[in-house]
Ligand binder design. Structure first.
Ligand code: NCD
Length: 312
């Protein structure tokens, strides 16, 4: 694996190998001493042109626990704010002797473009509304941990699909892993090309959650309403969105008791998800965060140490 730009870069064997490696890495998280040696002497740069809490810090922790040197560069405080072009910034950082660039950018396709410019490995940590493959991997890891084998399972992905790179990467990876996906959104937040995606679609959340639309669901993934990417009015009021598409306590009751709830974070409580759902027994939100470190360790390890290195 030279780069990880899209969830489509992973076939079933490769995705499963990453998830299996993540499982071994996860054990490290519970140790008192969390450092492993395999990436000693390697340098990873987190280059974030967009805000992040979970993704950036988990890549940093993942690299450090594998003994890589990890440096964070954010657009604010870098020469980007002095007018430097993206290409110049990236080539400058790479010239310092970098083995992998972990990049987040607000423009769809920017990370793939960067991978054409540089010689080092590039990991897409979210490009615009396009893709976020390590999020899909950590979601699959979390789902696998709860549901076991994912073949023929049914996952509903609910909310602002139009602006969600998480939804795009998830539908690709989940299909690769044999999962049936249903996307649920109001018509204004369902992307134009969704008919070509490998999933069912619905505007009726209650029908999907109750199993009346496409059969019982095994897990529900709620997505954030991405107001920062919305130029106009995609729904009348927040209250109406919450009524139609929020995972309220009443809607939770439509689900079987053991059906888990996921959310990539950050959450808009009271809008797409109620506190009852976010903090309840079904919630896997913090398990997802935990999985994020293990999965990113696995990706960095396979990318920089190679799959044939002595397994951890
Ligand atoms: C997601 C992202 O940045 O795409 N967050 C994350 O990486 N945990 C989802 C979001 O911002 O809503």
């Amino acid at each position: 694996m030279k780069h990880l730009l899209s969830a489509a870069d992973l076939d079933r064997d490769e995705a499963t190998a990453v998830l299996d490696a993540a499982q071994r890495m996860h054990a490290v998280q519970t140790r008192e001493v969390k450092k492993l040696p395999p990436l000693r002497g390697r340098t990873v740069v987190n280059l974030f042109f967009e805000d992040s809490t979970r993704t950036r810090s988990s890549f940093e922790i993942a690299g450090k626990w594998l003994s890589a040197d990890v440096i964070n560069v954010s657009a604010k405080g870098s020469s980007v704010s002095k007018g430097e072009s993206l290409r110049d910034t990236v080539l400058t950082v790479e010239a310092m002797g970098v083995d992998a660039l972990v990049v987040r950018h607000s423009t769809s396709g920017a990370v793939a473009r960067i991978a054409e410019w540089v010689g080092c490995s590039v990991i897409n940590a979210g490009d615009g509304t396009h893709e976020h493959p390590t999020q899909a991997l950590l979601d699959a890891y979390t789902l696998r941990g709860r549901l076991g084998d994912l073949t023929d399972r049914h996952v509903a992905i609910v909310g602002d699909i139009t602006h969600s790179r998480v939804a795009r990467s998830n539908v690709l990876l989940l299909r690769t892993l044999g999962v049936r996906v249903t996307m649920v959104a109001p018509p204004t937040l369902m992307p134009a090309g969704v008919a070509t995606w490998p999933c069912e679609t619905s505007w009726d959340l209650d029908a999907v959650l109750s199993g009346k639309a496409f059969g019982d669901v095994d897990a529900v993934m709620m997505l954030r309403v991405q107001r920062e990417r919305m130029a106009g009015g995609y729904f009348p009021t927040e209250r109406e969105y919450a009524i139609g598409y929020g995972l309220s306590p009443e809607r939770l009751d439509l689900l079987g008791e053991d059906v888990p709830v996921l959310h990539p974070g950050p959450m808009n409580r009271g809008l797409e998800i109620s506190s009852a759902a976010a903090d309840g027994a079904r919630s896997l939100v913090l398990s997802q965060v935990q999985a994020g470190v293990a999965v990113r360790m696995a990706v960095l390890y396979r990318m920089l140490a190679g799959p044939d290195e002595v397994a951890v």
